[in-house]
Ligand binder design. Structure first.
Ligand SMILES: CC(C)(COP(=O)(O)OP(=O)(O)OC[C@H]1O[C@@H](n2cnc3c(N)ncnc32)[C@H](O)[C@@H]1OP(=O)(O)O)[C@@H](O)C(=O)NCCC(=O)NCCS
Length: 303
């Protein structure tokens, strides 16, 4: 099957290009139950994008990359996060390989994620020098207002609105990440349209949660509690506030966490969260040995 690869400029995608990318992504999710459903908007927000087209100009595969705001550990300067999807009827013909070669045309490192059950995707990545670096558990809670767990009196919760609020939230997330706090679940950009809650005790901010609305309902990007304020019920209080709002809106709450931290798993399961999917993160290229100075909170593109 003769194919051509074209580079699209995500920020100025034409309507017809966006539609053809959407058709490809929709075909993947309709025919591959293990692939992650991806919206065309995610591709449109990427830093770079390549498509593979057949003779008729139909898009059979898409690859895109964006600067990762998801580094969890200090010393991680933030790799490129890759997305790669090929419609099942065009697989095992070299489309994925060729898209991967194009999307990795910048210095790495690169990370890519697939469902742990996607044997072909895992094999595709490991055969191309990607190494498994960790598993991610995807959890959700779908209760009603009466199911929101009881919270214990602890901090004062306010919604971040001003620049000062946002920078204090960023500061707190960075500190929690540098303390290797497992409760800093995922670095995300602290910016609108995220819903950022700050918990304070004695006038000092000690906890922050960052959540945003997406097709899954409310997704928690980050939850971080200062090390000296853990065990006081503040994380629980922040999550309960989110759960309450989601339940009132008839939505669920999603979060991602690493199985490396059983205490965090205990914490979320006590609140009623269930793991519904596990994905694997793969990486190609080494980590920088120096600690990142860029916080990634707010400066990096929204993921
Ligand atoms: C992962 C994915 C992108 C691979 O796409 P693809 O087009 O099938 O990739 P390729 O055809 O280049 O390579 C796939 C395999 O087919 C083989 N192959 C390629 N051409 C072939 C041919 N003509 N005959 C037989 N095998 C062939 C390749 O050697 C490769 O084998 P390997 O994975 O064991 O090394 C695709 O399975 C997919 O879209 N999965 C769902 C999305 C996903 O999980 N993406 C994860 C990465 S972000």
């Amino acid at each position: 099957m003769p194919l051509t690869i074209a580079a699209l400029r995500p920020s100025v995608l034409l309507e017809a290009e966006l539609l053809s990318v959407k058709r490809c992504l929709d075909e993947v999710s309709a025919n591959d139950p293990v692939a992650f459903a991806v919206e065309a908007a995610e591709v449109a927000a990427a830093e770079a994008c390549f498509v593979s087209r057949d003779e008729a100009g139909e898009v059979l595969g898409v690859a895109w990359r964006f600067a990762d705001a998801g580094a969890w550990r200090p010393g991680d300067t933030g790799p490129w996060r890759l997305g790669l999807q090929v419609v099942p009827r065009a697989r095992r013909q070299g489309v994925g390989q060729s898209l991967l070669a194009h999307i990795t045309n910048v210095p790495g490192p690169f990370v890519a994620r697939c469902d742990v059950a996607h044997t072909r995707a895992r094999r595709f990545l490991t055969h191309r020098a990607f190494e498994l670096v960790g598993l991610v558990m995807h959890q959700r809670w779908d209760g009603g207002p009466e199911d929101v767990p009881r919270r214990f009196a602890s901090g004062l919760i306010v919604e971040a609105k001003t620049d000062a609020d946002f920078s204090s939230a960023r500061e707190l997330l960075l500190t929690a990440a540098l303390e290797a706090g497992p409760l800093a679940m995922r670095r995300g950009s602290v910016m609108a349209p995220a819903w950022v809650l700050i918990a304070s005790r004695g006038g000092r901010p000690v906890g922050v949660s960052v959540a945003r609305r997406d097709r899954e309902g409310w997704s928690i990007d980050s939850l971080a509690i200062s090390s000296d304020a853990r065990g006081l019920g503040i994380g629980r209080q922040l999550l309960c506030t989110l759960m309450e709002r989601a339940a009132e809106e008839g939505q669920g709450v999603c979060l991602c966490l690493s199985p490396e931290y059983p205490r965090v798993l205990d914490f979320t399961s006590r609140l009623g969260f269930w793991t519904y999917r596990t994905s694997a993160d793969f990486r190609r290229g080494s980590r920088s040995p120096t600690v990142a100075t860029d916080t990634g909170y707010g400066d990096a593109p929204t993921t």
